[in-house]
Ligand binder design. Structure first.
Ligand code: CAA
Length: 283
């Protein structure tokens, strides 16, 4: 399968990171979001990351310009008709994703693979809204995308081996290490990571220790690059809550119940780094 142009739907933290890595790999990229302001913000983030790479001597100014010139911005989802491969990285909401996949199914040519970067929604359910469920697959990148090596590749019930292989090869081309997992709530990464983060929030809630102390224990004692509460702020507390809810509902076990303190922070609008306050305050 000859992939030249990749469309990335959603220009937020994840989408802009995926677009950057795809353009760095040499693909033409169409970066989509619903508003000009969102696509411009995504493009500026990519520009900033590449400028840092130039200043560190990793790429030349010319290479930076070449990478940026491969990225086309759009607010029109129908531009997916020009794509050979689509990666969706929109909001973690089944209604929004269903709508996007219905449109993508209509406008892209029939051999195009439609991948979702969802962090925990069922691939099989997303695939079911299309007429090509065998060509729908999960391609779950980690944040920050340019830095993290892993891509979880999630097969839906109908995903074919051929489609899996194309995605595995694409992930490798992008300098990532693909790991195959099946379609269960939270896949592997978030099924294991989020209960740890939720437990850390319970530890704050029950007064076991301060957020700083909890993070220090995990950083210095377990060699984690970030403590669980710092990481929760980095991921976004709204995203953490929605993943815990998906685990709780999908696996039906009370051990996945979201901590009431997490709910409270989300209700307060303390969503972590992106709103300037979560378990920590950001300037
Ligand atoms: N975009 C691009 N590059 C970034 C970046 C970003 N947002 N943030 C950091 N970097 C780069 C820096 O430029 C730096 O590169 P160089 O050393 O080559 O200059 C490198 O990463 C290290 O950054 P720093 O020195 O600033 O800081 P650090 O050493 O603390 O590393 C980190 C930052 C890589 C984010 C590290 O703290 C880390 O690995 N944290 C854990 C991240 C993690 O667990 N991610 C998974 C989240 S869960 C998820 O994504 C799944 C989900 O569905 C919720």
């Amino acid at each position: 399968m000859d992939i030249k142009t990749i469309m990335v739907v959603g220009a937020g933290q994840m989408g802009s990171g995926i677009a950057q890595v795809a353009a760095q790999t040499g693909y033409q990229v169409i970066l989509h979001d619903i508003k000009d302001e969102f696509v411009n913000k995504g493009f500026n983030t990519i520009n900033k990351n590449l400028t840092r790479n130039v200043s560190k001597g990793r790429i030349t100014e010319q290479e930076k310009e070449d990478i940026l010139s491969r990225i086309k911005l759009t607010v029109n989802l129908e531009d997916a008709k020009e794509a050979d491969f689509v990666i969706e990285a929109a909001s973690e909401n089944m209604e929004i994703k269903s709508k996007i996949f219905k449109t993508l199914d209509k406008v892209t040519s029939k051999e195009v693979i439609l991948a979702s970067n969802t962090s925990s929604l069922p691939i099989t359910e997303i695939a079911a809204v299309t007429d090509r469920p065998e060509q729908v697959i999960g391609m779950h990148f980690m944040n920050p995308v340019p830095v993290m090596k892993l891509v979880e590749v999630i097969r839906g019930l109908a995903t074919t081996d051929e489609v899996y292989q194309v995605v595995e090869e694409l992930a490798k081309q992008m300098g990532k290490t693909p790991v195959e997992v099946n379609d269960f709530p939270g896949f592997v990464s978030n099924r294991i990571l989020l209960p740890m983060i939720n437990e850390a929030i319970y530890a704050v809630y029950e007064g076991v220790a301060t957020p700083e102390a909890i993070d220090q224990v995990m950083k210095l004692g377990m060699n984690h690059p970030m403590g669980p509460l710092e990481l929760a702020d980095f991921i976004g507390l709204d995203t953490c809550l929605s993943i815990m809810e998906i685990l709780h509902e999908g696996l039906g076990d009370s051990k996945y119940r979201p901590c009431p303190l997490l709910r409270k922070y989300v209700k307060a609008g303390w969503l972590g780094r992106k709103t300037g306050r979560g378990f920590y305050v950001y300037e």
